[in-house]
Design a protein around this ligand. Structure first.
Ligand SMILES: *Cc1c(COP(=O)(O)O)cnc(C)c1O
Ligand SMILES: [Zn+2]
Length: 439
């Protein structure tokens, strides 16, 4: 049997919850919940070897980058189905120009866009839907800026559950909406912001007997925390100096913090990387709180940024995020949409695509290095949270109009004369000279 239980994170409360039901808030004080375990003693050396070995296995549970590390998330019982789509196992890639541009720093990218539905949300969703399935739940719901919904829809379909999705009216990218529809979710457009849709869902969830899979669901955090084990394994268990993530609802940074904390407690690592959260300037309540030295978060009423995945004014997980930042000695930054665009363009020059929210990390590093808060040559991992194809409207808006630096899309009459004329300034060489230069 599993030893997992839910506990309130509020210091004044810390109460253990009824293990028969999974709430998404403390039954006594309404605080956030986290999953706790009575872990058995680990031998890190043996464990690392076992995890490594599983990479050679063909078993679905071993091929998943989440369940390969199942000893870190022992909340399943022996008879439980694991609902997996082979999530995780995402690449850690070096950068060439981007590290120079943003620093100079030693910059690597953990690309979570290479997940089954194209974002890191899949790591949390496999855990959370597996849990829901083991509890006999047949109807799941979330409010979303897009990626949570794509992911929920896929995993719910896999588990044979009904999926209900609340999204703000006309605020999520077409690709994300299409994914949810394609996986058969019922989509409800409601409210003008994510925060409004989320508030309404929370209010009605209990009444309609909907199981919430937003990142306030503590099992999401469990799945998402395994990214740390995977990343460290890819780095031969040498922690970087900094791990940088974009901040929306702040579930991701909370998960990474929890993962690091547990791995340190078990003796897998000594050094703790500093966690850095980067928010879009128009949706940066968490950054404003910490930068202002405040102890309470003031929500932003009208969050505004083109990076829709982090367009959130009232992040649900801010208390968890605050703790892990404090524990790791981390900090926050905010960046403008222009800075996000520049960072995304720079990554593209390295052949790395991502969605705008993800590029906020690199923009943040550049700003922090310039401000002297991150030293030159620091060893940094930026977590790119979502796939390039998640928001193609953004790219078309910025890359296909005739801003001089971005003139990459030419419309040409269909004849050779017109083609020669249009391409001469770009190609610059005739066929003859190309042949010459090869000799
Ligand atoms: C969800 C999401 C974020 C924000 O993550 P939080 O856990 O809500 O802070 C950032 N980028 C992308 C692409 C996302 O899908
Ligand atoms: Zn409580």
């Amino acid at each position: 049997m599993s030893s997992a239980y839910l506990q309130c994170i509020e210091d004044a409360c810390r109460r253990k919850q009824d293990t028969k039901k999974d709430g998404h808030a403390c039954a006594y004080c309404g605080g956030l919940l986290e999953v706790k375990y009575e872990f058995e003693a680990f031998d890190p050396e043996n464990m690392r070897r076992a995890w490594h070995q599983r990479r050679l296995s063909g078993e679905p549970i071993d091929r998943s980058g989440v369940w390969r590390f199942r000893e870190l998330i022992p909340f399943t019982g022996p008879g439980d189905r694991i609902i997996s789509l082979s999530e995780g196992s995402t690449p850690l890639v070096g950068t060439r120009r981007t590290g120079w541009w943003a620093g100079p720093v030693h910059l690597t990218i953990k690309h979570q866009g290479n997940n089954p539905t194209g974002s890191f949300k899949d790591l949390g969703m496999t855990a959370c839907i597996t849990r829901a399935d083991s509890r006999g739940i047949r109807r799941v719901a979330c409010a979303s800026t897009g990626n949570t919904s794509s992911s929920m829809a896929a995993y719910a379909a896999r588990a044979g559950m009904k999926a209900l999705l609340f999204v703000p009216y006309r605020q999520i990218s077409a690709a994300k909406l299409a994914q949810a529809l394609d996986f058969g979710a019922l989509v409800v457009e409601v409210g003008d912001t994510f925060d409004e849709a989320f508030r309404l869902l929370r209010e009605i969830a209990c009444e309609l007997d909907l199981y919430l899979v937003n990142s306030v669901n503590p099992f999401r955090i469990e799945g998402q925390k395994t990214i740390v084990a995977e990343m460290l394994e890819q780095r031969a268990w040498q922690p970087p100096d900094y791990i940088v993530v974009p901040g929306g609802n702040l579930g991701n940074v909370s998960a990474i913090g929890k993962g690091l904390r547990e791995l340190k407690e078990f003796g897998f690592i000594e050094k703790v990387p500093q966690l850095v959260v980067v928010q879009a300037a128009g949706a940066s309540p968490f950054h404003q709180m910490l930068a202002g030295g405040l102890s309470e978060l003031t929500p932003v009423d009208k969050p505004d940024t083109e990076a829709t995945a982090i367009r959130i004014g009232h992040p649900a997980n801010w208390k968890k995020a605050q703790r892990v930042l404090e524990w790791s000695g981390g900090f926050t930054e905010s960046v403008s949409d222009t800075e996000i665009f520049e960072a995304k363009a720079m990554l593209a020059e390295d052949g790395v695509g991502c969605e705008p929210a993800s590029a906020a990390t690199v923009a943040g590093v550049r700003k922090l290095v310039r401000a002297g808060r991150i030293p030159w040559h620091a060893d940094i991992v930026c977590v790119l949270t979502g796939n390039q194809l998640k928001d193609t409207e953004y790219v078309m808006r910025h890359r296909s109009d005739d801003q001089e630096s971005c003139q990459r899309l030419l419309r040409v009459e269909p004849n050779l004369e017109a083609l020669r004329k249009a391409l001469a300034p770009v190609v610059g060489k005739s066929r003859q000279s190309t042949v010459d230069s090869r000799q």
